[in-house]
Design a protein around this ligand. Structure first.
Ligand code: KIV
Length: 313
């Protein structure tokens, strides 16, 4: 059954052949691998990354050509309505990661390791990261770190787990900071960030993600880095850029300056819901798709006229 509405720009028939389920996809583009993404950044190409939490959206984002999807712990806020990412459950995020990969099998999928899935114990962290690869079918795992996590990143790397080191502002540390914070705003903090980046690369991280950091600090991280750097509110020097999809779609109440909406889907959802309310009230539901065969209809009608008749014969 076709489950996706057509739009002016995109023909759903290109995306899903008739009869395919909403979780399958027509193979319309080359598979993005870690190797192909790293290769393209070496030639100076920049790449986009968006958060994604479900198979249907993943399918559309793959169709649009997004090479890297992040199943972020922001799912706890966006999908579950929690006030902060520390509430995002591990099992839930593994389930979402697998859903996103099913929706976008040709796209690189990065899974976010939630709060307390790797901080308490290195062995537990390695095992949980492995679960994201095996059960969640993730291509990469991302964890919020500083220099002190280098031994853990090295253990994950040794185990064959591709790690993206999220440095700079770390929302999982918001409680410890008394709220969300920008990173690297003093010279000392900026130098600490350069150290964090260096130790993560030495420990084997295949990419860095820098969140909420002044332009000049990020630029120096990028200049020194031997691996691609993804920015999230960290300026334009990075090879990759990520934002929360729901900000870009205008579904959140507030968006940061670097993630201004491209569309206002919140308003569109409200308009579609209002139109549905009107259709329900007026009974204008479109042509009814389910009909009885004429003989059964006649039998049914006649049975209504003679209630005692046994219609099962
Ligand atoms: O969880 C998330 O969405 C993130 C991005 C905002 C970088 O970590």
């Amino acid at each position: 059954m076709e489950r996706v509405n057509s739009s002016k720009k995109i023909d759903p028939a290109e995306v899903v052949a008739a009869g395919e389920s909403c979780n399958s996809i027509a193979g319309t583009r080359e598979v993005v691998t870690l190797r192909s993404l790293l290769r393209s950044t070496r030639t100076g190409e920049r790449f986009a990354c968006l958060t994604c939490y479900d198979a249907t959206t993943a399918r559309w984002l793959q169709h649009a050509g997004v090479p890297l999807l992040l199943v972020g712990d922001t799912a706890g806020e966006i999908v579950l309505g929690h006030p902060a990412t520390i509430h995002t459950p591990l099992e839930f995020l593994i389930t979402l990661t697998a859903a996103v990969k099913r929706g976008a099998p040709q796209t690189l999928v990065m899974a976010d390791m939630p709060f307390m899935s790797y901080q308490a114990d290195d062995a537990e962290g390695v095992r949980n990261a492995g679960r994201f690869l095996v059960e969640g079918m993730a291509d990469l795992v991302k964890l919020e770190v500083d220099q002190s996590f280098a031994p853990l990143v090295a253990k994950m790397t040794r185990a064959g787990i591709p790690v993206v080191a999220h440095i700079g502002s770390r929302p999982q540390h918001a409680k410890a900071h008394g709220g969300y914070f920008a990173a690297g705003k003093s010279a000392a903090q900026a130098h600490q960030l350069l150290e964090d980046a260096k130790s993560m690369i030495e420990a084997g991280a295949l990419m860095l993600l820098v969140e909420a950091c002044p332009e000049e600090v990020t630029a120096e991280i990028v200049r020194r880095s031997t691996v691609p750097v993804i920015g999230c509110g960290a300026g334009s020097s990075c090879q990759g850029q990520v934002v929360v999809l729901h900000d870009l779609l205008g579904l959140t109440n507030w968006q940061p300056a670097f993630a201004q909406p491209e569309v206002h889907m919140g308003q569109q959802i409200a308009e579609a819901a209002s139109a549905w309310i009107e259709r329900v009230k007026s009974g204008a539901l479109g042509e009814h798709p389910y009909a009885m065969p004429e003989t059964e209809r006649a039998r049914f009608m006649s049975s209504l006229r003679t209630p005692a008749a046994d219609v099962r014969r």
